[in-house]
Design a protein around this ligand. Structure first.
Ligand code: FMN
Length: 206
């Protein structure tokens, strides 16, 4: 199957069978998410991988009782750093120095630019945009592997943060990806064609 066939194969799955996902495919999806680019390279978010059924049962009511939370194989919760961006920048510079065998001093200008960008403001909206890029990488990679997903914003973030104790982890939830196998017998969406704007209504060629 080619790329566009795979993207057409995927859909926001409403009902899943509860079956597990091949470990290698899961590893590929997670790695694609980790490899996604982020502004300044900071990766200002974390991804919680939640297979535990008990936790997902607790999540379900604050996710408007959407069945995919418990019918999936696992859910990925993308959560941005609430604060401490200075520490995040420090850690990043240290990681660059170690990974590329460079001195911290040689990265001083770069560090200053990062600090200028992140200091004195609420960075969480910016961080959420970075998380969504990785989220998209995950959705597309899953489609290429014929793994079903549901992108989900239908949840109460404050309540979910309490269920997952995110406050104490310095995090705030922004979006969820349920990962699993479509229940073709019970999902009304499974055979419906995609609804998308026509090319001429969508692209502006200048
Ligand atoms: C960020 C985001 C949040 C979404 N939230 C939900 C959700 O909470 N529950 C749900 O069933 N679908 C959700 N959707 C699915 C969209 O309704 C769906 O992607 C859109 O209608 C296009 O259909 P398709 O993904 O099946 O091609 C969400 C999609 C995105 C991208």
């Amino acid at each position: 199957m080619n790329i566009l066939e795979n993207l057409n194969w995927r859909y926001a799955t409403k009902r899943m069978t509860g079956e597990g996902i091949d470990k290698e495919k899961t590893a590929t999806i997670l790695e694609a998410i980790r490899m996604a680019p982020t502004s300044l390279g900071l990766q200002p978010f974390k991804v919680l991988v939640i297979e535990n059924k008990e936790i997902r049962e607790k999540m379900k009511p604050v996710c408007f009782d959407q069945p995919q939370i418990t019918e999936s194989a696992y859910v990925l919760v993308f959560a941005v750093y609430k604060d401490n961006y200075t520490q995040l920048a420090d850690d990043y510079i240290n990681l660059v120095a170690k990974t590329r065998n460079q001195s911290i001093e040689s990265l001083e200008d770069y560090k200053n630019r990062i600090m200028y960008y992140i200091t004195g403001k609420d960075n969480t909206a910016w961080a959420a945009r970075q998380a969504y890029i990785a989220f998209g990488f995950g959705l597309a990679t899953a489609a290429m592997l014929h793994v079903d997903t549901t992108p989900m914003e239908g949840f109460n973030p404050e309540e979910l943060d309490k269920v997952l104790d995110l406050e104490n982890k310095g995090l705030k939830s922004v979006v969820i990806m349920a990962v699993g196998k479509r229940d073709a017998n019970n999902d009304y969406l499974v055979n419906l064609p995609k609804v998308r704007k026509a090319e001429e209504d969508f692209f502006i060629h200048l």
